[in-house]
Design a binder for this molecule. Structure first.
Ligand code: SAH
Ligand code: SF4
Ligand code: F3S
Length: 467
C-alpha cells in the first residue's frame, strides 16, 4: 500500500558532513571547543533521534553537556502526543530566553514531533524570537546545514515542509547507553488512529533495509551491547514497503542468529497485525525477550472502531491468549486511553474488565487529549473532565492492585537479569520480561547477566539477592 521507501543519497549526506567540517572550522578559528545540550521529550523514537542529533553535533566539533546554561547550542527534541507534553515544552522553551540573555551567542533549536505541526512552527516564528531554528523529523539529517546557516547568517531557519518522509542511513550517533541500545527499524505510521498526531508529524511508514539493520545490530553486539530494542510505531508492518520478502518475524529471527549473549526487545507492536507467526518466532528463540507491549487503547469494540484501530475486543483477546499459550512466561504491558469522545460508563467498564482478564504487569494510562487536525478532536465529547478523571483514577487503582499481585507472585523465583546500572547504593537489573529489580552487589557486575532470586516486591519494582 505504501509507496517505495526513499533513501537519502550518499551524495546528499556527504554535503551535510561537509557542513559539519565547516562548523568545526568556524569554531577552530575562534579557538574554542563549543558545547551543545540536547533535551529529549516523548518516546524512544525521539531518544534514538537525539542520539543522531548528538552524533552530528559531535562530528561538528561540539562537546555534549548536560545543561542548557552556557551551552553554545540547545536542541529541544519535542513530543506532540498530548497537550500536556506540548505545554511543558513551551514552558521550558520560554525559560531559555534567560540562558540566551546570559550567553547571547547561544543557538536554540526546536525539532521533533511538535516541529511537524504548522501551528507550532507559526507560534515559534511569531512569539519565540529567541529560537534560531525549527526542523521537523523529516529534516533531521539536514541539521548540519541548518546549524551552519544560523551561525553564518545570524538569521532564523525553518525546515518544516510537510513530507511523506525518507530514510537517512549512516548518520553518526552518540549513544546514551552502549549496554542497552535503541535501533529504529522503521519510521512513520500509516494507521491514522483517529486520536493520534504521529502520522501527521512523522509521515508515512517506511522500513530500513534488513541488511542495514542487521549490520547495525552486529556492530552493537561486537561492541558490548547486551540488549537491543527495535523501534517503530507499528513494528508488525515492517517490510511491507520493501520487496525483499522479509517481514518483522523474519527480521527478529535473523537478528536472533547473531552470535553473542544478548536479548532483543521491540516496540510498539500493533494488535491489528500481531500474527501467530510473530508469537511463534518469539517462542522459538531464546534471544527474543518474552515481553510484549501490545497497546489495546480500549476494551470496547465500539470505541476501538471509532478510534480506527482495526481490531475488536475479541480479536485482541484472541491474540493475547495465543501469545500466552506459546509463551507461558510472557510479560505483557499495554497503553490505554480513558475518556475517548463519547466513551460511556459501560464502555469504560469494558476497559476495566479487559485489564482484569489480561492482567498486565504494567499499564501506561492516558486521558484523551484532543490533537489539532485529528478526527477525534472534532468528535462530540459530552463527558465532563471530572468524570474522566474519576474513570482514570479507578483504572489506575485497579491496575496498581494487579501489578502488585503479579509482582508478589515473583517472590521466591529466580530470574536471569541484565545488571544495567545503579540506584543509590543498590544495583539495578531487568528481568527478561523487563521488570526492574534492585539488589546489592559489586559495580563490576554491571553489564553482565546474573541469576537473581526475588525477595520483595511492590507495585512498580522488585528487590532480590544474587543467586
Ligand atoms: N504506535 C503506538 C503508540 C504510540 S503513542 C501504538 O499504536 O500502539 C503512545 C500512546 O500514547 C498510545 O498508545 C496512546 O495510548 C497514547 N496516545 C496517543 N495519542 C493520544 C491522545 N491524543 N490522547 C491521549 N493519549 C494518546
Ligand atoms: Fe498513533 Fe495509531 Fe500510529 Fe500508534 S498506530 S502511532 S497510535 S496512529
Ligand atoms: Fe511523542 Fe513523537 Fe513519540 S509525538 S510519543 S515523540 S513519535
Amino acid at each position: 500500500m505504501a509507496g517505495k521507501t526513499t533513501v537519502i543519497s550518499q551524495a546528499l549526506l556527504s554535503e551535510q558532513f561537509a557542513y559539519c567540517d565547516r562548523i568545526a572550522a568556524y569554531w577552530q578559528e575562534r579557538g574554542t571547543v563549543p558545547t551543545a545540550y540536547v533535551e529529549t521529550y516523548g518516546c524512544q523514537q525521539n531518544e534514538a533521534d537525539s542520539e543522531k542529533i548528538r552524533g552530528l553535533l559531535a562530528q561538528s566539533g561540539y562537546r555534549i553537556t548536560d545543561e542548557a546554561e552556557g551551552a553554545d547550542v540547545v536542541v529541544m527534541n519535542t513530543c506532540a502526543i498530548r497537550e500536556h507534553a506540548e505545554q511543558r515544552v513551551f514552558g521550558n522553551l520560554g525559560a531559555l530566553v534567560h540562558t540566551k540573555r546570559r550567553h547571547p551567542g547561544q543557538k536554540i533549536f526546536l525539532c521533533g514531533c511538535m516541529a511537524g505541526e504548522q501551528i507550532v512552527s507559526e507560534r515559534i516564528r511569531k512569539s519565540y524570537h529567541h529560537v534560531d531554528g525549527v526542523f521537523s523529523t523529516h529534516h533531521l539529517w539536514q541539521f548540519p546545514e541548518i546549524l551552519y546557516r544560523t551561525l553564518s547568517t545570524g538569521k532564523r531557519v525553518f525546515y518544516v515542509e510537510d513530507e511523506a518522509g525518507s530514510i537517512a542511513e549512516g548518520l553518526p550517533q552518540v549513544r546514551d547507553n552502549i549496554l542497552k541500545a535503541w535501533v529504529s527499524i522503521m519510521y512513520g505510521c500509516n494507521n491514522f488512529c483517529t486520536y493520534c498526531i504521529v502520522p501527521y508529524v512523522r509521515g508515512r511508514e517506511r522500513s530500513r533495509k534488513s541488511g542495514d539493520i542487521l549490520a547495525e545490530c552486529r556492530t552493537l553486539i561486537e561492541n558490548g551491547c547486551k540488549e537491543i530494542t527495535l523501534l517503530g510505531q507499528n513494528v508488525n508492518s515492517y517490510g511491507k514497503d520493501l520487496d525483499d520478502g522479509m517481514d518483522f518475524a523474519d527480521l527478529l529471527a535473523a537478528i536472533a542468529q547473531i552470535p553473542g549473549e544478548f536479548l532483543i526487545r521491540f516496540m510498539t507492536s500493533h494488535p491489528r497485525d500481531a500474527s501467530q507467526k510473530l508469537f511463534d518466532t518469539m517462542a522459538a528463540h531464546d534471544k527474543i525477550a518474552k515481553q510484549l507491549h501490545l497497546p489495546f487503547q480500549s476494551g470496547s469494540s465500539r470505541v476501538l472502531k471509532a478510534m480506527n484501530r482495526h481490531y475488536d475486543r475479541e480479536k485482541y483477546l484472541a491474540a493475547v491468549n495465543y501469545a500466552k499459550s506459546v509463551m507461558p512466561e510472557l510479560v505483557l504491558t499495554s497503553d490505554v486511553i480513558v475518556g475517548f469522545p463519547g466513551e460511556t460508563e459501560e464502555e469504560f467498564m469494558e476497559t476495566l474488565s479487559l485489564i482484569e482478564q489480561v492482567r498486565y504487569d504494567a499499564l501506561f494510562t492516558f486521558i484523551f487529549s484532543p490533537r489539532h487536525g485529528t478526527p477525534a478532536a472534532s468528535m462530540e465529547d459530552p463527558t465532563p473532565k471530572e468524570e474522566k478523571n474519576r474513570r482514570f483514577d479507578l483504572l489506575c487503582a485497579t491496575q496498581n492492585r494487579i501489578s502488585e499481585e503479579i509482582h508478589r507472585g515473583y517472590v521466591g523465583k529466580t530470574f536471569r537479569c541484565l545488571v544495567d546500572g545503579k540506584d543509590g547504593e543498590m544495583l539495578t537489573a531487568r528481568t527478561e520480561g523487563g521488570r526492574l529489580v534492585r539488589f546489592a552487589g559489586e559495580d563490576s557486575l554491571i553489564g553482565t547477566y546474573r541469576n537473581i532470586t526475588i525477595t520483595g516486591s511492590n507495585t512498580w519494582s522488585l528487590t532480590g539477592n544474587l543467586k
